[in-house]
Ligand binder design. Structure first.
Ligand SMILES: *Cc1c(COP(=O)(O)O)cnc(C)c1O
Length: 362
């Protein structure tokens, strides 16, 4: 079988070493003679896994002690609703920064729960190049209970690399597609959430990092599975958690530590993205439509500006083992998602293919 590199935006590729370990332990986990998915989440072994995974995640991401970490269900979309249910308080209003599809979706969902103001913070210039135009909101932010934004717009490949300035207001971030990709100052955030299926593990589990002083303010009608206080008090086990997904995340965290931690991961991600963007910069055949400062390190979008050629590209790439390069239908073209688990060799193989395809079809 040809070597396959999976450029899917999510559910995305997992580290091979993690899948191999899971395979090895599948029938006999912790010498229990059963798999991890068949044991009680309240039993000794799973509780140990839960505690250890939280510790590892805290260590890898350098999360301060005054933040709680929750392992929930419902994906990022669940959090689109949970955030306003839990964080709307005395000010009665939230600010949503719109940088594209996902931040727009978050704002739309929030409107079901509270009053919001929504600001467009990106622009498309006359050449079609998308840029984020504003990151300082310190003049208006403090009239809101929180300010929400998306650090990485997965569909367009627009990343906001500078943490928005919101003064003393509470900053909430959807980090679904770039969590654990780079070192960040967690203390700048009130709350961070991410569905696991891009950069942390498989689909079915969602991580929330929430500052302690924001817990315990949920509106009365908040379902207990969405109530941060309830979930904190029950170690994210108010109901049966997605134990197998949690287990796989725990292996991913251990794997990251073994690989040298986030510093090493960040360097590797920067190398991968630079290879691809440098190639695009020097190409007259492909174009990327994102301003230099906002080019995502995780999702690299490009196009030949010809729908037929794009389709041919995707089909031929797939035949060569370079999978899931079709862009999201909202944008068209191609998208290479190069999350933590994508090895440099995958990016090199993609560039080699792009070059060959360009020469054959120019
Ligand atoms: C994938 C994605 C979502 C949606 O995640 P679900 O877990 O499917 O709800 C939301 N935000 C961003 C930035 C994403 O990449």
């Amino acid at each position: 079988m040809t070597q396959v590199y999976n450029f899917s935006a999510g559910p995305a590729m997992m580290p091979k070493a993690v899948l191999e370990q899971a395979q090895q332990e599948l029938l006999n986990w912790q010498n229990q003679g059963t798999s991890v998915m068949e044991v009680s989440h309240r039993g000794k072994f799973f509780m140990e896994l839960a505690t250890q995974s939280e510790q590892d995640f805290r260590e890898v991401y350098n999360i301060p002690q005054n933040y709680k970490i929750l392992f929930l269900q419902g994906g990022a979309r669940g959090q689109f609703a949970a955030v306003p249910m839990n964080l709307i308080g005395a000010k009665g209003k939230a600010l949503y920064l719109n940088s594209g599809h996902w931040s727009g979706m978050a704002a739309k969902e929030a409107r079901n729960f509270c009053e919001i103001d929504e600001i467009n913070i990106f622009e498309k210039d006359q050449n079609g190049v998308i840029a984020v135009t504003r990151t300082d909101f310190s003049d208006i932010a403090e009239q809101y209970d929180y300010v929400h934004y998306c650090t990485n717009e997965t569909i367009t490949g627009v990343q906001i690399k500078q943490i928005p300035n919101v003064g003393n207001a509470v900053l909430v971030a959807d980090m679904s597609s770039d969590i654990l990709s780079t070192q960040i100052d967690i203390s700048k955030f009130g709350l961070i959430y991410a569905g696991a299926q891009k950069n942390l593990g498989p689909a079915g589990i969602t991580i929330v990092i929430v500052r302690e002083d924001l817990i315990g303010k949920a509106r009365t009608a908040t379902p207990s599975i969405w109530n941060y206080e309830t979930q904190v008090n029950t170690d994210s086990m108010i109901n049966t958690p997605p134990t197998f997904a949690w287990y796989l995340c725990s292996l991913v965290f251990k794997h990251l530590i073994k690989e040298g931690g986030l510093g090493a991961v960040e360097k590797r991600n920067a190398v991968k993205a630079a290879l691809l963007y440098n190639y695009l910069n020097n190409s007259s055949f492909y174009r990327n439509y994102i301003a230099e400062a906002n080019r995502s390190v995780m999702n690299v979008t490009f196009s030949t500006d010809n729908d037929e050629l794009n389709a041919k590209f995707v089909a031929e790439a797939t035949a060569c083992g370079l999978h899931t390069l079709k862009g999201h239908k909202v944008l068209g073209g191609m998208r290479a998602s190069i999350y933590n688990a994508m090895p440099i060799e995958g990016v090199e193989a993609l560039i080699q293919f792009m070059d060959k395809f360009a020469k054959e079809n120019a």
